[in-house]
Ligand binder design. Sequence first.
Ligand code: ATP
Length: 211
Amino acid sequence: MKTGIFGGTFNPPHIGHLRLAEEASERYGLVKIIFVPCHQPPHKDSSNVPASSDRLNMTTLACAGNHRFEVSGLELNFAAPSYTVNTLKHFRAERVNDIYFIMGSDSLSEISTWKDYENLFILANFIVVDRPGISFSEAWNNIPIKLLKNFSQDHDHFTHTSGTLMIPSSIKGLDISSTEIRTLVKNGLSAKYLTPDPVLDYIREHNLYSF
Ligand code: ATP
């Protein structure tokens, strides 16, 4: 069973995340996509990050109603910071074997800062979508040569020596970011249509991002 794992800060989740998961599921035949909010993001400034439970709740609200979407609080049980390599090992141990990890090209470009990054590509296939400002090729060029050497190009994807795939996806990432939503809310402006209404209601009720 092909399973998508979608890790992120989800601070807050938005339509860009949801469309990416929906299209990836359709295009690559992923039976389910598990959204995994991280505990304390190791690569990001942790100021102005709401409680992990808030991000988990907002992600659950955002995913409601899509029978292929699931949300896992797994990383919230790890001691902070959370590492993707541990998450992938966990799902493998749970016998989720055909894993497709979904990410934007901005995340791929920083992959060499991730713990045990070389092992990530043994544990899962990767689907990478372009984000505004950085294409897949630019991100790929940022990857250490010793890692690139493990891949061979095969038409529209790359195959790792372990047999996993790196798929540069032509899914068009929407030009929406969590940063944009946080900035709008902070400035008292509307973020409607950038994230589902229940997420906006949650932000309002819990007074997130307004200071
Ligand atoms: P921030 O603006 O706070 O940096 P973000 O919008 O990038 O947040 P994250 O939760 O950090 O959201 O993203 C999780 C994953 O989703 C990352 O791999 C990121 O590249 C990807 N992603 C985020 N927004 C989009 C989008 N609009 N289209 C495609 N991928 C996205």
